[in-house]
Write a protein that binds this ligand. Structure first.
Ligand SMILES: [Zn+2]
Length: 139
């Protein structure tokens, strides 16, 4: 699987896999016989959109949780290097498909009196990670 950015071929393969899952969703929503003639395209699209949103949520929660798990329970403070306990805080992320809740790892340094985000998901170039508040200036 991709290390950084997935290739177009890898994305196409994933899309094919999810497309096959669409048959399961269709069967679950409308039964073996499928929708009656009274079901319009809008209703079918609502089912498809709910499935896509759930798939996004499940995929991202799994990947983010696996990544957060790699950090362990302590991380060094980026300011002073002291090992600090890492706790989790729920955070709503706005992704392409809509909001997804993440249990984000957050470290707190009692010496520097600041929270910090351990670098689990390195920001892509030009896309800095969000900080809830500015770190104190040490000059
Ligand atoms: Zn510190």
């Amino acid at each position: 699987m991709p290390r950084r950015k997935p290739s177009p071929e890898e994305l196409q393969e994933i899309r094919g896999l999810a497309s096959r899952w669409g048959k399961i969703v269709a069967r679950h929503a409308f039964g073996e016989a499928g929708p009656g003639t009274d079901v319009d395209l809008d209703a079918m699209e609502q089912v498809a959109a709910a499935a896509a949103a759930g798939l996004t949520e499940g995929t991202l929660s799994t990947l983010l949780e696996q990544q957060a798990h790699l950090l362990g329970t302590e991380q060094p403070c980026p300011g002073c290097g002291r090992l600090c306990a890492v706790r989790r805080a729920e955070r709503s992320l706005n992704v392409r498909a809509g909001p997804v809740t993440q249990r984000e790892p957050i470290g707190h340094c009692p010496d520097c009196r600041r929270d910090f985000f351990p670098p689990a998901a390195a920001a892509a170039p030009g896309r800095p990670r969000l900080q809830p508040r500015r770190a104190p200036d040490h000059r």
